[in-house]
Design a protein around this ligand. Structure first.
Ligand code: ATP
Length: 591
């Protein structure tokens, strides 16, 4: 898997990305408006609470005017404000959580929908692990939304505290403002240091995931070639480095985050006390007022720590959002159909007319391919590895768009058929099939609940897959794991045959298995293949020439071109490439 490249976004790109990602909030805007409303409410109430206490202190406690009535009044007032504050905090929390999770789910859905529209050409360029990370990790923007939200609330909170401070005492507030540049410098310093370390840490984590992904998917090869120790050392190295960086982040946060802000706050409080103390030498200073002032100074410093802490999520969120944007703007779509209403595949005649094709639009793969397969006939492709056999199937299945030429079914352009019609009437049997999580029957009917179990059993009996299925612990109801590793490759093939035949396709595309299978299963498979192709137009990629002797037509491919064409006997008479291949294979068999 390719290593993740560092993404550096310019200011302009960040702005465009931010606008793009904020656009997703629209359907859920009331959640965020609600969260902001309750957030502001919390901030206001938190600023008011010290005033209640300072009024009680200065106007009742200090001057000895505390009665039962005032005690009850202030207690109820303070308690009520605290209650409303706690409730606001709860609603702020719940609305923000709800909104964020809904947006994330919405983006994840959009991304997945988009991936389903993209063509194989796109998937050829992107490693599976990379795509999975995009849909799972990148859409988990929870911390990013929280950061934006907390950022707004913090700024409002700082403004409200400032208003409160000015309201209490203008000169002392001005005196305290001397600290603003120092505070900004501290925020900048923290951000500067922590961003680098956070970035390095996340890079290592991504490397760890990539390595893990590779190890698990390549476990067979790793064990076969005894690579365990080497890979273990490599993994340990990255793991150690990740630990080291994590510890550095913890140290930086421990040193700079709360302590630095608290230290600055302590100095501010000292300055505040100094200024009030100085004033007390020539005029009366109310203790409660000093208390309210200091509480608001705290209120002013508190959000700064949170703000600094969450700044590191900014670049993460931006990079994730830019990748989401990139995928959603991707134009490498699956080949488009222009279905004509009511057009169905009836006969199953196939024709290629001068078809040219390239995977990347640069290197030509298929060159001027022309052939006709009449309904019910069998056409076999033979040729060396890389000669273009699978590419013909890929083009016919519409996995890739072809260049010039025409592909016709029943004398109509293949694009005239809907994708559903093509997928329904064309059965593709690859060398190895994918088995989904579920039971055996569901895997045969491909989760299409309209197919009754009787049809599933009939299809399995037709291709003789029933013998091994019936021996499974729960027969057709047996649960299987993803990938079907519990089955042999022959069994997977037979399941695949049943899966194809249950849909009763008009056209069959077969990629003959090259994997060695025991003779008994091989005989079953050959039998299944023959039975399946009866009465169906069949195109088969043949690896063993002995199996295609009876084919109506054989095409010999070399470097994407048809170099010989005819029946088995005709090609032997031609005594060319096919005849050579046939001789080599029969010789090998004889050995
Ligand atoms: N997804 C792809 N992207 C780019 N090039 C590809 C892709 N798939 C195949 N090719 C190239 O196209 C050429 C033809 O490949 P193709 O798979 O059609 O050959 P083949 O005859 O089926 O081979 P084999 O018998 O080994 O399956 C090869 O050079 C191969 O490298």
């Amino acid at each position: 898997m390719s290593k993740e490249k560092d993404i550096k976004l310019t200011f302009k790109e960040q702005w465009a990305t931010l606008k793009f990602i904020l656009g997703f909030l629209k359907p859920f805007k009331w959640y965020f408006v609600g969260a902001l409303f309750f957030g502001v409410l919390t901030t206001i109430f938190t600023a008011i609470m010290p005033f209640i206490l300072s009024t009680f202190m200065d106007q009742h406690l200090v001057i000895g005017k505390v009665t039962d009535r005032t005690l009850v009044y202030f207690s109820i007032l303070y308690f009520s404000v605290a209650m409303i504050n706690a409730m606001s905090w709860f609603f702020r929390w719940i609305t923000l959580q709800n909104g964020s999770n809904m947006v994330n789910q919405y983006i994840r859905g959009k991304l997945y929908d988009k991936l389903l529209t993209l063509g194989m050409r796109y998937f050829d360029q992107k490693p599976t692990g990379w795509l999975i990370t995009r849909v799972t990790n990148d859409t988990d923007l929870f911390q990013f939304w929280t950061m934006i939200f907390n950022g707004i609330i913090s700024i409002i909170s700082i403004i409200i505290s400032f208003i409160a401070l000015f309201y209490i005492d203008v000169p002392v507030t001005f005196g305290m403002m001397v600290f603003l540049p120092i505070l900004f410098a501290a925020v900048w310093l923290y951000n500067h240091i922590s961003t680098q370390v956070y970035k390095a840490m996340r890079k290592r984590l991504s490397e760890l995931n990539t390595k893990l992904n590779e190890y698990i998917s390549g476990m067979r090869i790793i064990q076969e070639f005894r690579q365990e120790t080497r890979l273990n050392n490599e993994f340990d190295e990255t793991n150690d480095e990740y630990y080291r960086l994590r510890m550095r982040v913890i140290t930086i946060n421990g040193l700079l985050l709360s302590p630095m802000v608290n230290f600055l706050m302590a100095i501010s409080i000292v300055v505040v006390l100094f200024l009030f103390g100085n004033r007390s030498t020539y005029s009366l200073v109310e203790g409660g007022l000093v208390y309210a002032f200091i509480q608001n100074v705290r209120q002013y410093f508190n959000p700064i720590t949170g703000l600094m802490d969450s700044l590191s999520f900014w670049s993460d969120g931006m990079v994730a959002s830019s990748r989401i944007r990139q995928i959603l703007n991707e134009t490498e779509y699956a080949p488009a159909q222009h279905p004509v209403e009511g057009v169905k595949i009836v006969e199953g005649k196939i024709e290629f007319r001068h078809v040219n094709f390239s995977y990347d639009g640069v290197i030509p793969i298929l060159k001027d391919i022309s052939f006709v397969v009449n309904p019910g006939e069998t056409l076999a492709f033979v040729g060396h590895t890389g000669s273009g056999k699978s590419s013909i199937i890929n083009v016919f299945m519409r996995f890739y768009e072809f260049g010039d030429g025409q592909v016709l079914i029943d004398d109509r352009d293949i694009r005239d058929y809907s994708m559903e019609e093509l997928r329904h009437k064309i059965g593709l049997v690859l060398q190895d099939s994918f088995i989904f999580v579920g039971n055996v029957a569901d895997n045969i009917r491909m989760m299409n609940s309209n197919i009754p179990i009787d049809d599933v059993i009939a299809a399995s009996e037709f291709v003789q897959a029933n013998h091994f299925i019936e021996k499974l612990p729960n027969g057709y109801e047996t649960q299987v794991i993803e990938g079907g590793d519990a089955f042999s490759s022959g069994e997977r093939q037979l399941l695949n045959f049943a899966r194809t035949i249950v849909r009763n396709p008009k056209i069959l595309l077969l990629d003959e298995a090259t994997a060695s299978i025991d003779t008994e299963t091989e005989a079953l498979i050959q039998d299944g293949l023959e039975k399946m192709s009866q009465g169906r137009t069949t195109m088969v990629i043949a690896h063993r020439l002995s199996t295609i002797k009876d084919a109506d037509q054989i095409l010999v491919l070399d470097k994407g071109k048809i170099i010989e064409q005819g029946t088995h006997d005709e090609l032997l008479v031609q005594d060319g490439y096919y005849a050579d291949m046939y001789r080599i294979q029969t010789l090998q068999k004889g050995l």
